[in-house]
Design a protein around this ligand. Structure first.
Ligand SMILES: CC(C)(COP(=O)(O)OP(=O)(O)OC[C@H]1O[C@@H](n2cnc3c(N)ncnc32)[C@H](O)[C@@H]1OP(=O)(O)O)[C@@H](O)C(=O)NCCC(=O)NCCS
Length: 161
């Protein structure tokens, strides 16, 4: 089921870290895993959840967090970022269920997503959920441009995609 957290105290941070095991391990190469998790906690508390409309979307299965993403205001809609499924739960349809549930939870909203050209798994799951390419680069919230990524967009109506 879809769970939406709009503040730090609505989020079980330890469970979220289990979803991000792989990307945290990559970041931890510089300053250690604990430091990576502390930095992320601080980012969520001081930056992410202080942004109006920002929300963490989590797919829960038997009480566990299995897939997660976050949404924050972007252009005339919301930006989907940090999509990840816990490594042991991949290829079971959880990212697809999460994204489709998010689209249904925000009818009429444009949802944008930036994806690396090389990320075949993420491109496939987004396309399966109705996302279409709208730009050949990614322009991030801070205005920087990544030519190695593309921008996709999806929008649901009250009746669905
Ligand atoms: C991308 C990611 C979130 C997909 O999560 P997932 O829960 O495994 O995805 P799903 O099981 O919902 O997959 C749905 C569909 O996407 C496609 N897909 C998913 N993983 C794929 C892969 N490794 N290779 C090719 N297609 C893939 C398939 O079409 C799949 O449907 P199928 O299993 O019926 O064939 C996951 O691989 C992940 O966490 N990767 C590392 C982090 C990352 O790259 N995040 C995206 C940043 S933009």
């Amino acid at each position: 089921m879809l769970y939406l957290a709009k503040s730090m105290h609505q989020l079980q941070f330890g469970k979220l870290m289990e979803v991000y095991t792989e990307s945290n391990a990559d970041k931890a190469e510089n300053g250690g895993l604990l430091q990576a998790e502390q930095d992320f906690y601080q980012y969520l508390q001081e930056c992410f959840f202080t942004t109006p409309e920002a929300v963490y979307a989590i797919w829960m299965q038997n009480g566990a967090y299995v897939s997660a993403l976050r949404l924050e205001p972007y252009k005339d809609g919301l930006l989907l970022a940090a999509l990840e499924t816990a490594p042991e739960h991949r290829r079971r349809g959880y990212a697809g269920k999460l994204i489709c549930a998010v689209l249904a939870a925000f009818p009429g909203k444009k949802i944008y997503s930036h994806i690396s050209r090389k990320n075949t798994a993420s491109l496939a799951v987004h396309k399966k959920c109705g996302f279409r390419k709208i730009a050949d680069t990614a322009v991030y919230i801070d205005g920087s441009v990544n030519p190695g990524a593309i921008t996709l967009c999806a929008q649901t109506t009250e009746k669905g995609l």
